[in-house]
Design a protein. Structure first.
Length: 371
């Protein structure tokens, strides 16, 4: 397990929540953050395993020292042995070993290629900022959308991301609380990784806090601009959130268009939790039926001049949403993270390693002859 950073230095509108996340997500977030916020990173982190090879070397060195000590005792007369080995320096022998050990450690670090992204000019293209808010409450496990509501929602998001092109996209997941999973970016690959990791387990508090999710989307967008912004909300809208009304007015005044996507069926479906054979039940032992609340999602879209779509066919729904987004006024944004340039620092580890190895050669094990 690891801790998500709470106060990482991001653009003013971005905010990270303190949250325990699975270990596999830590690497994803590390790679994303180091790539986007000019932090020192390592190109080949797997080479750090080479440092484990130093442990056997230390053990061998210790074994040799013990062998030399036993051999000295086995030779008999200690006074004669001391006289014969008076020019031998155990201290210099140890220093030589330590220099080799340090050189190998520096060589391993050099092999990982420590590097830092350079602040080079990027190509600027016309686009808009799109925040995606995904409902990951347990009701999204219902199977009235195949294979589940959540899986179908993810399929929609992945298809939408590939179609967004030069637009920037961010991701918020929500249930009983809302969390910013990914700030705005043009990196479609990173976005796809974050979408695949979105599950009900990512949000410990259950519920459907649409208002909080919309507020977090608003905070992630540039509040100074009155256009160029959109939110795509994917949910079953099962619980009415009174807090969403105030946030919707705020979004409308800021020029944010909210398009809502309904997942599931109005008739509803029981909820099957993964790893269990039966359906989810309430405190009275009755099977819980989760229903799509289309009126709630339709009102959200209407109040911000957006559109509501029921997610029947993924491709058709993506086409409808893209038609709406493409009709919005666009701004110049940084696009294309593909060929990002890096400044490598491996030489600052490799040169000292070579100097240590050369220095070790010129350090004899024998003491200097007395004058």
């Amino acid at each position: 397990m690891c801790i998500r950073v709470k106060n990482l230095t991001l653009p003013k509108s971005h905010n990270y929540f303190l949250k325990i996340i699975p270990l596999q997500d830590c690497l994803v977030q590390y790679l994303y953050i180091t790539a986007h916020y000019n932090m020192l990173s390592f190109q080949h982190t797997e080479y750090f395993l080479g440092l484990l090879l130093l442990l056997p070397l230390v053990f061998i060195f210790y074994t040799v020292l013990r062998w030399k000590k036993k051999a000295r005792i086995a030779m008999g007369d200690s006074a004669l042995v001391s006289k014969l080995t008076q020019l031998y320096s155990a201290k210099r022998y140890a220093i030589k070993f330590i220099l080799v050990l340090l050189a190998l450690a520096l060589g391993v670090v050099a092999a990982t290629n420590p590097r830092n992204p350079t602040k080079t000019g990027k190509e600027r293209k016309a686009g808009i900022d799109v925040m995606i808010a995904l409902d990951v409450s347990k009701s999204m496990w219902a199977q009235d959308a195949k294979p589940t509501r959540l899986d179908k929602a993810k399929s929609f998001i992945n298809t939408l991301i590939t179609r967004l092109g030069d637009n920037r996209v961010g991701l918020v997941v929500f249930a009983g609380r809302a969390y910013l999973q990914m700030p705005l970016t043009t990196d479609a690959t990173a976005a796809g990784i974050f979408v695949s990791n979105a599950t009900p387990d990512a949000v410990p508090v259950q519920g459907t806090e649409i208002g909080e999710a919309l507020q977090l989307c608003s905070n992630s967008l540039n509040t100074k601009e009155k256009k160029y912004k959109a939110v795509v909300l994917i949910s079953d809208g099962e619980d009415h959130d009174p807090k969403s009304e105030q946030v919707l007015q705020q979004l409308y005044e800021q020029g944010v268009v909210v398009n809502t996507i309904g997942v599931g069926s109005p008739d509803g479906s029981p909820i099957t939790e993964p790893g269990t054979e039966g359906y989810k039940r309430d405190i009275n032992g009755q099977t819980v039926i989760s229903k799509l609340n289309e009126p709630e999602l339709q009102v959200i879209a209407q109040k911000t001049a957006g559109e509501y779509h029921h997610l029947d066919d993924v491709a058709a729904t993506v086409d409808a949403v893209m038609q709406n987004l493409n009709g919005m006024e666009k701004k110049a944004i940084d696009a294309g993270q593909g060929e990002r340039q890096y400044t490598s620092y491996y030489i600052y580890f490799l040169l000292p390693a070579l100097l240590l190895l050369i220095g070790e050669i010129f350090i004899p094990e024998r003491k200097p002859l007395p004058a």
